[in-house]
Ligand binder design. Sequence first.
Ligand code: TXA
Ligand code: MG
Length: 325
Amino acid sequence: MQTQILTFNSENLKKCADEILSGGIVAFPTETVYGLGANALDENAVKKIYVAKGRPSDNPLICHVSNKAQIEKLGDVTPFARKIIDAFMPGPITVVLSKKNCVSGVVTGGLNTVGVRMPDHEVARTFIAECGVPLCAPSANTSTKPSPTQAKYVFDDLNGKIRYILDGGNCRVGIESTIVDCVNKRILRKGGVSEEQIEAVVGKLGKEPIKSDVPLCPGMKYKHYSPDAEVYLAKAGVDMTKRICDFYDKLVGKKIIFSLKGDYGNRNVVKVGDTVVQYAENVFALFREADKSGYRYIICEGVEDCGIGAALLNRLNKSSGGKTI
Ligand code: TXA
Ligand code: MG
């Protein structure tokens, strides 16, 4: 199968919607990362996502909708969930709700809850509306790889496995949505909307883990966001530059530092942006580019653990497999 990257116009939109409605899978842009979509109401189509990504089948998929009325068809919208939906959707946030019967266990990995998200991206919402059904979609990368933030990175991972990639340019947020468990009132995954923003709307959230026989966010137990290069995360702090320089100098092999504005002399550095927001937007693309350039080691500057920085640190921690300096 030849994979085509399609520009966003009405003819291509129809092509992609036809592919979805005939049981196929299509990659599409959102404001966080690209998703790999299937008709959420078609179990056979949904199964194709797990195959194309090489994803374990107990790892549930998020359902993407184009309007708020669609959310209630998929899950129970409690008053708590309603507040979050009203405040942050469309936007980079996912609500986990008790699922309705129409949602198959294939989508939810056997859980009795469903994740629902309404993306803040014109191409995504126009596409979902054109399909006329909710689209369940994980990030459109091969399992364990960094999430793709441009159509060409989806192509690198899924060429030959899907027919179409709908191109929407670069993803604005760059890391995935925040997942809020509205049943247990917990954040399951930090992301594009910060904990501080959410607590300003619903009050303090529970922090201690819920005891449960099933993992509450199955995906978080798997290896994630990993480039081929070995990643090290430097903890933020006054002596961070010195720690990075000392560590860099000892490493043998092609190496690079991901930095906001640090001064590293003549060492190899890539500027990740001017702000933490830009660091988050660019980091997955820079991981992929570092792999293409054959780097063996990537040392990432840490940032303050708040706002979008908290979500970024979560991803950097996973990418590094917990290796900090
Ligand atoms: O920004 C995003 O959320 C992107 C874009 C494409 O929308 N999607 C995304 O999907 O990151 P994925 O599959 O790569 O990550 C979804 C995470 C997984 O860790 C999964 O376990 C969790 O959401 N999840 C999905 N449904 C859930 C549920 N019912 N309960 C708990 N966790 C759930
Ligand atoms: Mg993913």
